[in-house]
Design a protein around this ligand. Structure first.
Ligand SMILES: [Mg+2]
Length: 180
């Protein structure tokens, strides 16, 4: 199978990394603990007046390159590849691409090894990419065309409302992939 794996909040802990830096820099400011997140985009559940400050933080140099790991993700993806599947890291860069794009490559090289940088597929529209499954935490992945892959939801509090789709975590992925 060709397995497309999303990067942010599936392999790299974007939201968790943000929260850590946010609390460090603005300890008295409003925040939402990860387990209480209800919306996919932080901008949809943080007060609008904080958005500029938040954007400054996650677009600053080094933010993406130094994101923490989602536990078990890198090991799982390497294991899936060893089982004979083709694995690609399918990721949408931020609109503010200046640091983000190069640092996604840096992150992958640092945490997974250089060879994995050749498996990165950057696209703001994942429906254009071919594959058997897409593992992604976004509740609905839409775009220009009807995707050929099955969207397997990477389990998070903010996508718990999505029903009728397979769900996966890095703890249960082996059983979920066996069903496919
Ligand atoms: Mg994601």
């Amino acid at each position: 199978m060709i397995i497309l794996v999303d990067m942010d909040d599936v392999l790299a802990d974007f939201d968790g990394g943000f929260l850590l830096k946010w609390r460090e820099k603005y300890p008295d400011e409003f925040f939402i603990p990860m387990s209480e997140r209800q919306k996919f985009y932080m901008r949809d559940e943080y007060p609008p007046e904080l958005l500029d400050k938040m954007t400054d933080l996650f677009t600053q140099k080094g933010f993406v390159a130094n994101l923490p790991l989602i536990r078990g993700g890198v090991e799982a993806v390497k294991n899936i590849k060893e089982k004979g599947h083709e694995v690609f890291i399918c990721t949408s860069p931020m609109r503010q691409y200046q640091n983000c794009v190069a640092e996604k490559y840096e992150w992958v090289e640092k945490n997974m090894g250089f060879d994995w940088t050749t498996k990165i597929v950057l696209s703001r529209d994942k429906t254009l990419i071919q594959g058997n499954i897409l593992i992604d935490d976004k509740p609905e992945v839409t775009g220009a065309v009807k995707p050929v892959w099955e969207h397997v939801i990477f389990d998070k509090s903010y996508n718990a409302h999505v029903i009728g789709q397979r769900r996966i975590t890095w703890q249960n992925y082996q059983e979920v992939l066996k069903e496919l």
